[in-house]
Design a protein around this ligand. Structure first.
Ligand code: FMN
Length: 164
């Protein structure tokens, strides 16, 4: 084994999980962003965590609304989902620009991504500052699933999405 950088390590540990995180502002408009740094954290109570850059727009929306949704999207969204990781909701309405179909959540005001294998509605419980990122922990308060959807993973240092 040789010394490698953190970027090389991340590239070499693909495939990484992949999801689209949705969060709504006070105006009720939903923004979506690409997320690979997420994990389940607890079963009882059900919890998950997402780790978001402090430079992005979604973190601000989550802190304001205290809720978010994680959508583990299907292969039909391969291109649109990657685009959601390449621009900010602060300047682009990604839902309309990339033609992503959304549906109403049952417990939260944030809309959910229709073409998902699993969508999880979360209520924010904690935030942890971890350097240039913040971990947002949420209680999973509702879960939706469609076994016919095939989920996407991130490859090549988060530059490509594909199924397994
Ligand atoms: C495959 C992929 C995975 C990504 N994973 C994360 C992540 O886990 N955390 C993060 O902060 N940004 C991640 N990004 C980058 C954000 O999606 C990107 O900065 C986005 O523009 C933020 O959008 P927002 O400003 O609307 O919140 C990822 C991008 C791609 C393409």
């Amino acid at each position: 084994m040789k010394e490698i950088t953190i970027n090389q390590a991340q590239k070499m540990t693909a495939p990484s999980p992949f999801a689209l995180l949705s969060a709504a502002g006070k105006d009720g408009k939903t923004n979506i962003m690409a997320v690979s740094w997420w994990t389940y954290l607890s079963n009882h109570p059900p919890k998950l965590g997402v780790c978001l850059s402090n430079r992005g727009y979604s973190g601000r929306l989550i802190r304001e609304s205290e809720e978010f949704a994680l959508n583990i999207v299907g292969k039909d969204l391969k291109e649109a989902a990657l685009n959601c990781g390449r621009c900010s909701g602060a300047v682009v309405d990604k839902v309309s620009k990339f033609g992503i179909e959304m549906f109403r959540a049952s417990e939260i005001n944030t809309a959910l991504v229709a073409d998902s294998r699993v969508s999880l509605e979360c209520r924010l419980t904690n935030c942890f500052d971890v350097g240039d990122h913040t971990i947002y922990v949420g209680d999973i308060i509702s879960a939706h699933g469609d076994e016919n959807q095939t989920q996407l993973y991130a490859f090549d240092g988060y530059s490509r999405l594909d199924t397994l």
